[in-house]
Design a protein around this ligand. Structure first.
Ligand code: FE2
Ligand code: FE2
Length: 265
């Protein structure tokens, strides 16, 4: 898995890693005292709707750490370098949300109310295909982009706006990585591996749909239309699937919470 002096000749991925090193930031980059201006009336609803994202940041940490050895086994040193940078980003997002929850004074949604998310994660964790992981990470990042934007708009001049703008810059780099990686790997992937990616996307949307239904009262109270958000996200993934040549685009967005047993085993 480890080579003393690997080639590292994928210049684009190495440049992306260098960029991520330059763009690191710490928790004290934002004015936490501005939290006082987040109205008390929205804190409880925010604590609820942020729960899947909070869990998603932790899952991203686990996912990235899981994929790095897979990539190293394949001699993909440049990609593993990018993911090492991403690991710190996701750890920071997790840390920041953890701090935000302390300020909220409200707990996230209890994990027993997120059964679909656990089932989806259990399925993904069985996968040994880095492409499935990177595709899942891309969809999560696209979701994060829409969701954090919506949260930032609740308080554009304050703490939520400042935090989400920073996180969104990190997520944009993650999308750039997934784009470069999938663009390189997909052309030689067997048709069944490509189909598995579309199945994975459907499963992820069923999970998100179930969660959106459960969180709709809290989201509505904040003026966030979860259904419209998922429609927008579906269009985002359609565009990416189309651009990456995955085929089978133009399908309706799946609803409901049943996650398939999947191919990952
Ligand atoms: Fe993140
Ligand atoms: Fe991310």
């Amino acid at each position: 898995m480890i080579q003393v002096h690997p080639e590292m000749d994928d210049e684009r991925l190495v440049a992306l890693f260098d960029k991520s090193v330059h763009r690191q930031w710490a928790q004290d980059a934002v004015a936490w005292e501005d939290f006082d201006r987040v109205p008390a009336s929205v804190r409880k609803d925010l604590a609820m709707v942020l729960t899947p994202v909070y869990l998603g940041e932790q899952t991203a940490m686990v996912g990235v750490a899981t994929v790095i050895p897979m990539l190293l086994m394949r001699g993909e040193h440049e990609a593993s370098l990018c993911l090492a940078g991403m690991e710190l980003d996701e750890a920071r997002h997790f840390r920041i949300l953890n701090h935000l929850y302390r300020l909220f004074g409200h707990e996230p949604m209890p994990s027993r109310r997120l059964p679909e998310m656990w089932r989806y994660h259990a399925r993904l964790l069985k996968s040994r295909d880095p492409m499935e992981w990177v595709w899942g990470i891309l969809i999560s990042d696209l979701f994060a982009r829409r969701f954090y934007k919506a949260v930032g708009e609740l308080d554009p001049q304050g703490l939520l706006g400042a935090l989400t703008r920073r996180i969104l810059q990190d997520e944009a780099r993650h999308q750039a990585f997934s784009d470069l990686y999938l663009e390189r790997e997909l052309p030689t992937a067997a048709p069944e591996r490509r189909r598995a990616l579309l199945d994975e996307r459907d499963d992820l949307f069923r999970v998100m749909d179930a969660l959106a239904t459960r969180l709709s009262a809290n989201a509505n109270a904040l003026g966030i239309d979860h259904d419209a958000l998922l429609d927008g996200l579906w269009s985002d993934t359609e565009r990416w699937a189309d651009r990456l040549g995955l085929g089978a685009t133009g399908r309706p967005r799946p609803h409901g919470g049943a996650v398939s047993r999947g191919r990952a085993s």
